[in-house]
Design a protein around this ligand. Structure first.
Ligand SMILES: Nc1ncnc2c1ncn2[C@@H]1O[C@H](COP(=O)(O)OP(=O)(O)OP(=O)(O)O)[C@@H](O)[C@H]1O
Ligand SMILES: [Mg+2]
Length: 269
């Protein structure tokens, strides 16, 4: 039996996890959030990006870094928060600000302060620390970010921090102990799942970039993908790919509603 890819005219596997920045799907919200974040970093301020899992935060961050933060102007340090201890966080802060990663917190603070004193606007480099999956930050580690409050001049900061995480990040920031940290954040960005029509365009887009000349999903299949995946990009990817496999196994050239329903049963029994 031939491969499902050749049946539907794909030259690569569609709906995979990795997606090149230039091939990503864009809509109004993605563009707005991107522009807002660029604006905040341009001003050397910090920001938060919150959205449920699978809605496109990490992908958007990659677009931000690759397309909008040129190396001649920004020094970006990206880290996933999972399991970050206080000591790790000090190291990440130091790396991001371009100071020696001191062993202890007080010496890090000293190093950052020195850096602050010597850093001039003419040097032009804007350090940015991106903390992805920040909802997993332990409160005491988050508290370290308070160090930033000491480095303000002309109400701008030396180091911009981008906190990116799932919905519980909002609660984490709300805790009074972190009021100093929240107060540093100039912008709260939120991503939402795709709408019904966007989900259709998304599936079409991801089919096309993988080589399909005819979108191999009929309208009812697209409806079902939206009803089940609710515009979550990761869920949509899994469902679309599995539906293609199911349709192929049944020797169908177009994915219909039943194929999507069968795919759901396999994926989420
Ligand atoms: N703009 C986009 N264009 C095309 N595909 C995308 C886009 N955004 C996300 N995806 C797809 O959806 C998947 C999930 O997106 P991503 O990893 O960015 O979500 P996330 O919000 O960071 O999720 P988590 O909170 O679980 O880390 C990606 O692996 C990618 O395949
Ligand atoms: Mg992510």
């Amino acid at each position: 039996m031939r491969d499902f890819r050749s049946r539907f005219g794909f030259h690569t596997t569609p709906f995979t996890r990795e997606i090149a920045v230039r091939e990503r799907y864009r809509n109004e919200i993605f563009d707005e959030v991107l522009a807002a974040l660029v604006g905040v970093l341009e001003e050397r301020m910090s920001a938060v990006l919150i959205a449920p899992s699978g809605v496109g935060k990490t992908t958007l961050l990659r677009a931000l870094v690759e397309d909008h933060l040129p190396e001649v102007r920004y020094r970006v340090h990206y880290t996933k928060v999972t399991g970050l201890s206080k000591r790790d966080m000090c190291r990440e802060l130091a790396l991001a600000a371009g100071v020696a990663p001191a062993g202890t917190f007080p010496s890090l603070v000293r190093n950052l302060q020195e850096r602050f004193l010597t850093l001039s606007d003419t040097d032009g480099l804007r350090p940015v620390l991106v903390l992805d999956d920040a909802h997993e930050l332990r409160p005491e580690v988050m508290g370290i970010l308070r160090v930033l409050t000491n480095f303000e001049m002309d109400s701008r900061l030396v180091l911009s921090i981008l906190l990116v995480g799932q919905t519980p990040l909002r609660e984490l920031l709300r805790r009074t102990a972190l009021a100093d940290v929240s107060g540093r954040l100039a912008h709260y960005a939120v991503l939402r799942p795709l709408s019904r029509s966007e989900t259709g365009s998304y599936v079409e887009h991801r089919s096309t970039i993988s080589g399909a000349t005819v979108v191999p999903f009929d309208p009812k299949a697209l409806e079902a993908i939206y009803e089940i995946g609710r515009g979550n990009l990761r869920a949509t990817d899994h469902l679309a790919l599995k539906s293609l496999e199911v349709a192929h196994r049944e020797d169908a050239d177009v994915v219909d509603h039943n194929h999507v329903v069968s795919a759901r049963k396999v994926l989420w029994p």
